[in-house]
Ligand binder design. Structure first.
Ligand SMILES: *[C@@H]1O[C@H](CO)[C@@H](O)[C@H](O)[C@H]1NC(C)=O
Ligand SMILES: *[C@@H]1O[C@H](CO)[C@@H](O)[C@H](O)[C@H]1NC(C)=O
Ligand SMILES: *[C@@H]1O[C@H](CO)[C@@H](O)[C@H](O)[C@H]1NC(C)=O
Length: 460
């Protein structure tokens, strides 16, 4: 799909991209928008595009216009090119209104379009930087290229039977509940991130034919996820893709391991499983995790209270819970060590002998009753409480934290860990990722893949 030059691609914004795609006759966006039935802010643009294209261009889009667009967008960018211009359309709507007034030739159209794209790109950059300062927004912000990927894949799902395979295929269904396999559970709403986890896991496994990866996603991401993994199989590993009705990308951090386990029958079988966040990368064979003697404990996790740094590795209960509240101070020790989510081993057999889930729900309820004064929202605090006494400390090699918030982690240190976790805001798929660490993630992405290329996802 050649929309514009490479130079343009990273300058592009999602909305203009959708608009372009429409303009150039890629109906898939509309199909995709049509097949995603949920809280969809893009359908507006889609509909707008639908009404708009013919009006702007007359009945059919002439090839000279396309050529003009290619040509104009191919010209090198100049930092000052918007300087002193007062008539740049600042939004898509303005642009459309302007164009509907008519009287524009192909060249003017292309120039205006380019000016608008450049302008919007700048605005977004500024806005992005602002946004990243606010954690909750940052956690939910997914770059436009990844939205594009979701749309492309949703379209592929709708139009290509090969992108709708049941995962796994029938012959492998028994393996899903077979104890002799290594079971991994990944909660993800980001297709590319999920693939990096899966690929790095399988790539480093010494027995990939023994790997079963259960990918849990939300309803909206299910089709793109299924399409991607249908078209990019990781055999001999077995991949299962399933949607949880209540696992929603906007509350993902709330729907953590525990709820996930509660709601899913497959996962509740008898095996030991490793649970991943989607912002990790596996860098070694993980089968030794199954040899760890958990001493009857439920959750194998890395402790986060013995490190030097303030941000990640010096956390105790008082970092998470409000010890000014009598309900907390009466029941817990402020200096008890905290542990990390993101790469945990759970012994599901041991789990079933406990009342961890009840305890968890009990404390979530207490917090609600106390107007959220026991802790701020999130799953870590009630998790810490619920698993108290049931955590087995594992070697930090298995879970190196902080790659999304510790700027001074060196590449060599990170590379030598078994699993690295980009917890924090500087996710490896965002522009703000730390440059020296990003490669640990990008090396698992095939940037020559058609889907990746068509959404202008690039290595840097
Ligand atoms: C990174 O910086 C933090 C705070 O500035 C410091 O405590 C920590 O020791 C540093 N880590 C490394 C690996 O240099
Ligand atoms: C969980 O079990 C322990 C011991 O069996 C008990 O002391 C505790 O009250 C139980 N907690 C809840 C919330 O049921
Ligand atoms: C902590 O608990 C105290 C006592 O209930 C309450 O006054 C205070 O507002 C709480 N702090 C936060 C940050 O919720």
């Amino acid at each position: 799909m050649r929309i514009a030059s490479r130079r343009l691609s990273h300058q592009m914004l999602f909305y203009p991209l959708v608009f372009f795609l429409f303009l150039l006759g890629f109906v898939f966006v509309l199909t995709a928008v049509g097949s995603i039935d949920d809280e969809n802010k893009y359908s507006n643009t889609g509909c707008m595009g639908r009404k708009l294209g013919p009006k702007v261009m007359g009945r059919s889009l002439e090839s000279t216009v396309l050529e003009e667009i290619y040509r104009i967008f191919d010209q090198p960018y100049d930092k000052d090119e918007l300087k002193g211009k007062s008539d740049i359309p600042e939004t898509l709507e303005e642009f459309i209104t302007e164009m509907n007034k008519g009287g524009y030739d192909a060249k003017t159209f292309a120039i205006k379009l380019r000016e608008m794209v450049t302008f919007m790109e700048r605005m977004t950059r500024t806005a992005q930087i602002q946004k990243y300062k606010y954690r909750h927004v940052a956690l939910n912000s997914i770059p436009r290229q990844l939205h594009c990927l979701d749309l492309r894949l949703a379209n592929e799902h709708a139009n290509n039977a090969a992108a709708r395979l049941w995962l796994p295929s029938e012959e492998f269904i028994p393996a899903l509940v077979d104890n002799s396999y290594f079971h991994f559970v990944l909660a993800a709403d980001n297709v590319l991130a999920a693939f990096v986890v899966a690929k790095s896991l399988v790539h480093h496994s010494l027995q990939p034919q023994k790997v079963v990866l259960h990918i849990i996603t939300d309803r909206m991401t299910y089709y793109p996820m299924q399409a991607w993994f249908s078209l990019h199989p990781l055999s001999p590993a077995i991949i299962e893709v399933m949607a949880l009705p209540n696992f929603d990308r906007f509350t993902k951090k709330e729907a953590h391991v525990l709820e996930t386990m509660e709601k899913d029958q497959t996962v509740r079988s008898r095996y030991r499983g490793a649970f991943f966040d989607d912002d990790i990368v596996v860098q070694t064979d993980l089968s030794p995790l199954w040899d760890i003697d958990m001493n009857g404990k439920v959750n194998g996790a890395v402790e986060t209270c013995k490190g030097e740094d303030k941000l990640v590795m010096s956390k105790t209960f008082k970092s998470y819970l409000n010890f000014s509240h009598p309900l907390i101070s009466k029941n817990f020790d402020p200096n008890e060590c905290a542990w990390a989510y993101g790469m945990n081993i759970f012994d599901l057999e041991a789990w079933r002998k406990t009342n961890i889930s009840d305890t968890y729900l009990y404390w979530v309820e207490q917090n609600t009753k106390s107007d959220l004064s026991l802790w701020h929202l999130g799953t870590s605090p009630p998790g810490l409480i619920a698993f108290r006494g049931n955590v087995h400390t594992i070697d930090p090699f298995w879970h190196m934290l902080g790659l999304g918030c510790q700027e001074n982690i060196s590449f060599d240190d990170a590379e030598s860990a078994g699993v690295v976790h980009f917890n924090g805001m500087a996710k490896p798929w965002l522009d703000i990722a730390y440059p020296q660490l990003k490669r640990l993630w990008t090396k698992h992405v095939d940037f020559s893949d058609d889907f990746i290329k068509s959404c202008h996802i690039m290595a840097s």
